[in-house]
Design a protein around this ligand. Sequence first.
Ligand SMILES: [Zn+2]
Length: 89
Amino acid sequence: MTKDMHSNCDALLQSLSEYIDGSLSDEMCQEIRKHLETCGDCRVVFNTTRRTIDLVRMPPKEPESLPEDVRERLIKRLDLEGLLPARES
Ligand SMILES: [Zn+2]
């Protein structure tokens, strides 16, 4: 059971950026939502990731408050580079 939970979490975390992106099928989204409802660990990761991705993607309302290099450093610090689609250097 613990093993199942873990592989479930693994699978979820791997699809997390796609889920946030909205590029998963309805079925997959439903599974992920169900898992998030029951798994506090993944929920924390999900919330953190979504907030960070939102922050990075949205143009800042006041450009001075979040300059480009700060955003880049934030991504690097949170190690989210791999989660952002199509930005391989
Ligand atoms: Zn989980």
